[in-house]
Design a protein around this ligand. Structure first.
Ligand SMILES: Nc1ncnc2c1ncn2[C@@H]1O[C@H](COP(=O)(O)OP(=O)(O)OP(=O)(O)O)[C@@H](O)[C@H]1O
Ligand SMILES: [Mg+2]
Length: 465
């Protein structure tokens, strides 16, 4: 048998294939047997049907990634069936095969949503290459989806961890090791300490780096929708589910699923997630089908999961399942020496984005930054640098952690604001930030690097709106 050069000479299955489920629909038993024999050793599951009706039954009960579909079926044209499948929400790949082809049929097939079109008779390498292309297509489709949803976050992540302190050095060193294994990782640490940054670094350093990194914020999804967001749903699974949809687990196939704010996952969902992690299979909402998943899980929380377990808000078994590897990120006040690295790092990254020149930091200003307690951690420092670049001078009036009573250096805050005390500066600053986001408290809290609750307390104290 002659080999097509683009396919590996020994017919080895490309990475990712073994997870695929393929459905063959052809009324010729000879063709079905040939395809089944060729594909069974290479794929997770291969099913076959002799008619569109039989095929529809299988599709109803099982997850299918790819259909190899004959055009002339008894009583039904394959192209029209494909159109109907697409309307019902089938989002997998389709290769059409036919013995009698003309250009019009081919065009119609592609319009109906086929990924490829092959003429009978064909040889093994031809069909394997077509499948390979389909696999690539579906990988790209998933990647596009992920890119669309994470573009802004990704810009933030390209730089990796900065800092020479002992904790940061040790952390950076251990990341390479942890990235190499497939274990679940639990990231803990206060808000703004770099948990998402570490999650992305773990993905980028892992053998899954070419696969997708899919972040999921468990706190921002409505409890009713979170299950279908994660696991997908079948058509008609609930009111409004007019089409079947793939879940984020599926989009993370071959890559990493980042479960951010995992402590906010509702209890019933925790049980479902645990089952998925143990079986490496998921079941879309309203579906009978079990779908194999190949996903690495990284979870993060800024609460202590141990305390959440003790309080009965988090399942103990899921906690143990998640913390196979546990990393606790230190608050910035415990590695202040890294501020000297972080300031120029944020300057160098943000100045070009904002279209301004980096600022010089005087030794007095640096002293001040070192004395400050940084309740919002690295994020607060980053936000301070960003605002300072916009204003054209180090904007220390933005710093106001509770109990912080260090006087700002003469050259900056007191110069522009006169002899005001820190509290007044805080108040002015909070008001300015609130104004800049039209009073959106969540957004303001985020910009300030503090929790919404702290912001509300401050506003109440000073009778701000
Ligand atoms: N060691 C570090 N080196 C470089 N940048 C850092 C470091 N730590 C944090 N950052 C930056 O600080 C910001 C906040 O980090 P990140 O979003 O990862 O925090 P988080 O721990 O996920 O916070 P939250 O719990 O609020 O979600 C990001 O812009 C991140 O790139
Ligand atoms: Mg985060």
């Amino acid at each position: 048998m002659t080999q097509t050069p683009s396919f590996p000479p020994n017919d080895k299955t490309p990475e990712g294939w073994p997870l695929w489920s393929i459905l063959i629909v052809d009324d010729e038993p000879g063709m079905r047997n040939f395809l089944v024999k060729t594909l069974v050793p290479r794929c997770h599951s291969v099913m076959s049907a002799g008619s569109a009706e039989e095929g529809a039954e299988i599709l109803h009960a099982q997850h299918v990634d790819l259909i190899i579909l004959d055009i002339s079926l008894p009583g039904r044209n394959g192209v029209s069936w494909l159109k109907a499948l697409r309307e019902q929400g089938f989002s997998g790949q389709v290769i059409l095969i036919t013995a009698f082809a003309d250009l019009d049929t081919a065009i119609e097939a592609l319009r109906a949503g086929a990924s490829d079109f092959i003429l009978k008779p064909f040889r093994v390498p031809q069909i394997l290459n077509a499948i390979k292309h389909c696999h690539e297509n579906s990988r790209l489709a998933r990647e596009n989806y992920v890119l669309k949803h994470t573009l802004s976050a990704r810009q933030d992540a390209s730089n990796g961890l900065v800092g020479h302190s002992r904790v940061m050095t040790e952390l950076s060193r251990s990341l390479g090791r942890i990235a190499g294994v497939n274990s679940t990782v639990l990231l803990q640490g206060e808000s703004g300490t770099g948990k998402e940054l570490v999650a992305r670094a773990l993905h980028d350093l892992s053998p899954r780096a070419q696969g997708p990194f899919v972040p999921v914020n468990c706190a921002s999804m409505s409890p009713e929708l979170i299950e279908s967001e994660l696991f997908g749903h079948a058509k008609g699974a609930f009111t409004g589910a007019t089409k079947a949809r793939d879940g984020l687990f599926y989009y993370a196939q071959g890559g990493t699923l980042f479960l951010d704010e995992v402590a906010d996952l509702p209890l019933p969902l925790q049980a479902t997630l645990l089952r998925a992690l143990e079986d490496l299979k998921i079941r879309p909402v309203g579906s009978e089908k079990l779908l194999p998943v190949n996903v690495r899980i990284i979870a993060a929380t800024n609460r202590s999961l141990r305390e959440e377990v003790a309080a009965g808000r988090f399942r103990k078994d899921l906690y143990y399942r998640l913390q196979v590897v546990e990393i606790t990120l230190p608050p910035l006040r415990e590695h202040k020496e890294d501020i000297a690295d972080l300031v120029p790092h944020f300057m160098a990254r943000l100045a070009p984005v904002l279209g301004v020149a980096p600022l010089e930091i005087t030794p007095a200003e640096m002293d001040y930054l070192m004395q400050y307690e940084w309740p919002g951690n690295a994020r607060e420092l980053r936000n301070l640098i960003e605002r300072s670049l916009i204003l054209g001078s180090l904007n220390v009036s933005a710093l106001y952690s509770l109990g912080q009573r260090t006087a700002p250096p003469q050259s900056t805050a007191s110069q522009s604001h006169g002899a005001t005390d820190l509290q007044t500066l805080e108040k002015q600053h909070i008001r300015a930030v609130l104004d800049s986001v039209q009073g959106d408290k969540s957004r303001a809290a985020q910009l300030l690097g503090i929790s919404r609750r702290t912001l509300e307390r401050r506003c109440a104290e000073w009778a701000l709106p």
